[in-house]
Structure formats: C-alpha cells, structure tokens
Design a protein around this ligand. Structure first.
Ligand SMILES: [Zn+2]
Ligand SMILES: [Zn+2]
Length: 268
C-alpha cells in the first residue's frame, strides 16, 4: 500500500518536473498508464492506433491522424474513396508486375503522423520508436491472420548513413517486439544495402528506380522463405520494390511489406 502511494507520488513529482508534451506542437498532455499490447490487439485498429498515439500527441494533433482502413487495394493498400466497396485491385496494381504480395500501412503520411516520422528520423526523437513499434506490431498481428512469416526484415540503411544517423529507424521500431511475442525473429543480416544511394526526395519514379539499381544484396538463406519487409514510409514503392526484386531473385517465396505511413492518394 505504502509502496503504491510512493509510486503514485513519484509519478506526480516526475510529471511536475518533466511534464509530457505533444511531440508535434509542444502542448502539455496528460499521459495515462500505457494500455497493454494484449488489450490493444483486441481493440478495433483505428481505436488502438489512436490509443497508442495519445501518449505522444495532444487532442488537436491527434485529430489530424488518419488510419489506413478498408476498403483498400488488396495489393498496395491504397484507400478507396467509396466506403462501401470491397477490397479490390486499384488501377495502378491491375497490370503491375511486382514481387510484392501486399503492402499495408498504419496511417496516412500527412499532418501529425508525417511530423512524428520526421522527428523520429531526422531530429533524433528515438523515444518514438516505442510508439511506432506498437502500431506496426498491431498491423503485423493482422497480417499473420492470412500469412505466417519466417523472416521479418527491416529495410537496411547503407553503413555510411547508419553511421551518420546512429540508428536504423526501421530496425529500432522492431526492437521491442520480443517483449510482445517470443515467436518473432528479426533478420538484420540477410538483406544488405551495398551501394550508397542519393536521397530519394525530389526524384521522379524512373530516377528513383535508377538510383536504387544494384543498391541491395540478399543472402541465399532467403530461399523459400516467407518474408515481411518493414519500412517507415511507402511513397512510390521504389525502395521496397527494389528489395523485393532482389529477394525474389534469390528464391524468396512470399514478400509482403508493412510501413508506418503511406501517401494518401485515394482511388475512386
Ligand atoms: Zn499537439
Ligand atoms: Zn494498388
């Protein structure tokens, strides 16, 4: 009893000294005890994502978050405007030759989520890894309803970029997953970025593909494996397609992708 009230006192002292702030607008926020991963898994996805984000966003920033919800393209995960349609292939995917089975993302890459991703990647707010890791894990739990994966692979950075940034954001978000489940193994050494590439920002689709040519290499151990790739943002898909091409060449059986965010181009 005494220990409990001591803990409560410590928490309030900490809150006075180091109040929690919205990562986007710096508004003070009142952070509750985090909801357990088991409870989050049971919740509806949109509710679960918002529950996780409440620990890092104020109410008004949270309102700018949109989760990716069905109906969406059964391959690339792009959302459809009509809320009554079933999941089906979008115009971009109908004739597309791709080695990727499906791509799913947590939310639309805009407003608060875009800010959070930028703060995480470029401003060293690595504390957000836990938030992103939880949301991606919820997405993973949905993915394993249809497919079981032997390998979970974060998209690698070239070692020079890794040295500069100090961490690989895609790996960092996965680090906590072994607290949620024992059955997940993260494979960091089967897909390598062997060539340094220019930043993709501002490049056209074709330029991106050219830029990524021969940028990745995969080990033979991916043969016949069912692989889930993890990246932070899905925009043109050039990076994940490039990785998938290499993995498929080495005989990978299934290649799916999950990302934190995706661009929000809606199809009719
Ligand atoms: Zn805010
Ligand atoms: Zn599509």
């Amino acid at each position: 009893m005494l220990k409990q009230s001591m803990n409560a006192t410590m928490v309030s002292i900490r809150k006075v000294l180091f109040p929690d702030m919205c990562f986007v607008c710096k508004e003070f926020i009142d952070v509750d005890k985090p909801t357990s991963i088991d409870d989050l898994v049971e919740m509806e996805r949109d509710d679960a994502f918002k529950t996780v984000l409440k620990d890092v966003l104020c109410e008004s920033c949270l309102k700018t978050f949109t989760s990716v919800t069905p109906p969406y393209c059964s391959r690339c995960g792009a959302m459809f405007k009509s809320k009554t349609a079933e999941n089906h292939l979008c115009p971009n995917c109908i004739d597309k030759k791709s080695k990727i089975g499906k791509i799913r993302s947590v939310g639309i890459y805009e407003e608060a989520l875009l800010e959070l991703v930028h703060k995480f990647k470029y401003n060293g707010k690595v504390g957000l890894a836990d938030t992103f890791g939880k949301m991606l894990f919820l997405l993973y739990m949905d993915m394993v309803k249809d497919e079981s994966y032997d390998m979970i692979i974060p998209i690698p950075l070239h070692r020079s970029r890794f040295r500069k940034r100090g961490f690989n954001q895609a790996y960092l978000v996965l680090k906590n997953w072994n607290q949620y489940t024992q059955s997940v193994i993260i494979n960091r050494d089967v897909l390598l970025r062997t060539r340094k590439t220019e930043t993709q920002i501002g490049l056209s689709n074709i330029e991106r593909r050219r830029n990524l040519k021969n940028a990745f290499e995969a080990k033979d151990s991916v043969k016949n494996r069912r692989i889930l790739l993890v990246d932070d943002v899905y925009t043109t898909g050039a990076t994940v397609e490039s990785c998938a091409g290499i993995l498929a060449k080495k005989g990978a059986d299934v290649i799916d992708v999950i990302t934190m965010a995706r661009t929000g181009n809606l199809h009719k």
